[in-house]
Write a protein that binds this ligand. Structure first.
Ligand code: GDG
Length: 738
């Protein structure tokens, strides 16, 4: 409306001024026309009455002349008639003759225009005509017309002009408003399209040529931003929460970002009657939270806390972080049966062992699958409900939600869906044992981008799709084309926060060493190795203990001088395989400790509990080595956390070659966890490594983690999402070029 007023107000002012200026001109014009009419009429009347007037005048009967004149003035226009004798003197007149009009004040006989006269009766028009008498002299017939009707007409005309201009104003305003609204909408749509990247690559936009200069400027701007971001991504410039923020304020400004994961970033628990908020220690939350904070997005996750339901609003939402709310968690609820089927059953007893080569058979049950489908649909429906536009950016996390991308795609075809698979992808033979293999692949191929930690996992995914689906796999372009949609399959190695939060590394190394040794009753010079894991059979904890045992066999000088401390967080404890695994790990630790019972200090210290993050970092900083012996691991963040914790650039990482991390940290001592001798040798090497070599290795690994932090992981996915969104909007030229 304001926009319309901007057009209408000046228009109305202009029209009013124009009408104002036009009125005197119209008045003058009307007067001119009427005066001309009166002159013509006067000439006509004069010609008609000339003969009778001449006869009456020559008869010398003044009374009859007056009576004749009085009759003539019965015409409403003719105000008065008079006759001036050739010799002058008082005129013979009709009754209403203006008293101040004498024969000496008449217009000249040769003046065809007559003269206007003001009188107490109003405006009058005086015209004259000669009356030639038989003696050859010429008298003057004077016709006085009433001009007051002209004033009346003028007033009427002014009124009509006013009506006309008012009507004109209304009509022109309506047309202007309509045109203004249409063109404004066109402009705004055009600009929006340009900002989304549409038409930016066309040399000239035929439909909206006026946007061409804007498109040029925008192209320039995008190029600059892209160069900055690409250099950040490709030239190893550090990504930070601030650069993620910049990205969301720049190319992705105004775009809605929705994260979908099984695990939530904040859990509300009821403790002793009060509600407490917990933040799970998770790399995923660390990486995605800056994005959520920057764009006030929505994070959809399973509400599994005991007080989760009591803090949400009508739409199952709660604002977080509690100290400064900046985004929302939308909680998904499930019954214990649904959770048992979807989470414990299909995800953790089916997909988890299916994707990890750990020699644990996957279990597939139809009821679990049905719960998995149902819950995936519930997550997808929540995405659709939360979407405020037709094309949000949706970040789907992990193997719990393999079907959600296709479900979201079906409801929101223009969405940009980035799915990240946090665990390994197996080879086609292994994957093919899943009874719902094609459904899972179809679900994942609803994604715009499918991300894995390593190129090896991407290649396995390509092979699986190639083998099991009627799809076109283009390994050169990293794409899979399936059912007329394209999925880009790329590697995005996850990482950790850099720098490490100060609170986790504030205690000096010497203090950590002393505290940990004191806690376990170990002497100050006792060597310590550390392992930190969820108590999961993929982590190779048994192999790790066997390697320690082998070290003591091969290098007995370490008996009583070296202990391996294993922090193990209980996980998925409802699943039988996990219960068995814990029992086996406990028994093995006991057996090895019994075997070396004669030593002053036990070789294995097993601490099965959820340890606070500060305690985990204290152990990292106290140890001579960290041993990660996963049998198969997508990435393994413990390896990176350990390196980041060692700001003294000492200590050694012994790392399984079957982790994604091994591809990024070749300076670690890379081992095969199944080869106990090799692992034992690596432990010995680590315990005897000179300080300078420790420093060299640590420096290289720390430099890598600094550059390739978790912010880069999230940032690169967003950069690619931005590129793909723009590319999708470039007009399809294939047909044109063919
Ligand atoms: C999956 C993939 C991939 C462990 N015990 C405690 C504790 N932790 C923390 C560690 C670390 C995290 O848990 C474990 O991360 P990982 O990466 O090692 O393994 P998964 O949990 O299996 O994660 C894996 C990851 O997703 C990310 O994509 O790397 O390959 O399997 O942060 O510190 N933390 C605390 N107490 C413990 O007792 N506080």
């Amino acid at each position: 409306m304001r926009l319309s007023l901007r057009f209408i107000a000046p228009l109305l002012v202009l029209l009013a001024a124009f009408a104002w200026a036009l009125t005197p001109f119209v008045d003058r014009q009307i007067l001119g026309w009427f005066v001309r009419d009166l002159d013509i009429r006067a000439r006509f009347v004069a010609n008609t009455v000339q003969e009778p007037v001449r006869e009456l005048v020559e008869a010398g009967d003044v009374t009859r002349v007056r009576q004749y004149f009085a009759r003539l003035t019965s015409d409403e226009r003719l105000f008065a008639v008079g006759y001036c004798r050739p010799g002058g003197g008082a005129p013979i007149t009709s009754p209403l003759w203006p008293s101040d009009l004498g024969c000496d004040r008449l217009p000249a006989l040769d003046d065809p225009g007559g003269r206007n006269l003001a009188s107490p009766h109003g405006a009058l028009h005086v015209s004259v005509a000669p009356v030639t008498l038989s003696d050859g002299t010429t008298g003057t017939l004077v016709l006085v017309h009433d001009m007051s009707f002209i004033d009346r007409r003028s007033a009427e005309t002014r009124k009509y002009i006013f009506y006309l201009f008012t009507l004109l104003g209304i009509v022109v305003s309506l047309i202007t408003v309509a045109i203004a609204q249409l063109s404004w909408r066109g402009w705004v749509n055009g600009l929006r399209a340009l900002m989304r990247g549409e038409g930016l690559l066309r040399p000239a936009n035929k439909d909206t040529p006026e946007l061409t200069p804007v498109a040029r400027d925008l192209r320039e701007l995008i190029r600059n931003i892209e160069t900055a971001h690409r250099s950040r991504a490709e030239e190893h410039v550090a990504w930070t929460p601030e650069s993620l923020h910049e990205m969301l304020e720049g190319p992705l400004r105004g775009q809605q970002v929705i994260v979908v994961s099984n695990r939530q970033p904040y859990i509300h628990e009821r403790e002793h009657g009060a509600v407490v908020v917990r933040r799970p220690a998770s790399g995923l939350v660390t990486a995605l939270e800056p994005i959520m904070r920057a764009c006030s997005g929505v994070w959809i996750a399973h509400g599994n806390g005991s007080a989760d339901r009591s803090v949400v609003d009508r739409r199952d939402r709660v604002s977080v972080p509690p100290e400064s709310p900046s985004y929302q968690i939308r909680r998904i609820w499930m019954t214990p049966e649904e959770e048992a089927g979807y989470y414990y059953g299909f995800a953790n007893e089916g997909l988890w062992p299916l994707c990890h080569i750990a020699h644990v058979r996957p279990t597939f049950r139809t009821t679990d699958w049905e719960a998995y489908v149902k819950i995936n649909q519930r997550f997808a429906d929540a995405v659709v409900e939360e979407a405020t536009s037709s094309d949000p950016i949706v970040l789907v996390q992990d193997f719990h939600l393999a079907l959600a991308p296709r479900m979201i795609r079906n409801a929101l075809p223009a969405a940009t869906i980035i799915t990240f698979w946090h665990i390994p992808w197996p080879n086609p033979e292994a994957f093919a044992i899943c009874p719902w293999r094609t459904e899972l692949l179809d679900g994942l191929l609803g994604s715009t981008v499918m991300g894995f930690h390593t190129q090896f996992h991407c290649n396995n995914f390509f092979d699986t799709v190639d083998r099991l689906l009627e799809a076109r796999v283009d390994r050169e372009m990293f794409t899979v084309s399936f059912q007329s949609s394209l999925t880009t399959v790329k590697r995005y190695p996850i990482s950790i926060e850099w720098p490490t939060p100060a609170a986790l590394i504030s205690a000096p190394i010497a203090a950590c060493r002393a505290t940990v040794r004191e806690r376990h009753d170990l002497p100050a010079e006792h060597a310590i190795g550390v392992g930190v894991d969820r108590l999961d059979y993929t982590k190779g904890i048994e192999e790790r203990f066997r390697a320690v045992e082998r070290l003591l066999e091969l290098r007995p000088e370490w008996i009583g001088r070296f202990s391996f401390i294993q922090l193990a967080a209980p996980t998925r404890t409802r699943i039988e395989q996990y219960q068995d695994y814990e029992a086996r790990v406990r028994a093995l630790a006991r057996r090895i400790n019994d075997r070396f019972a004669g030593a002053t200090h036990p070789p294995i210290i097993l601490a099965i509990a959820h340890h606070p993050p500060s305690a985990v970092y204290e152990y990292y900083r106290a140890a001579e080595l960290c041993f990660v012996s996963s049998l198969h691991d997508g990435m393994n963040l413990v390896a990176k956390e350990f390196v980041a914790a060692r700001d003294d650039e000492r200590s050694v990482l012994v790392l399984s070659r079957f982790t994604g991390a091994a591809r990024e940290l070749p300076e670690a001592l890379i081992v095969n966890p199944y080869d106990a001798d090799q692992c034992a040798l690596a432990l010995h090497l680590a315990l005897t490594m000179p300080d300078s070599e420790q420093r060299d290795r640590m420096q290289l690994m720390r430099a890598l983690i600094r550059e390739f932090s978790v912010y880069r992981w999230a940032g690169r996915m967003l950069v690619d999402a931005t590129d793909l969104r723009r590319r999708e909007r470039v007009p399809e030229r294939q047909g044109f070029l063919a």
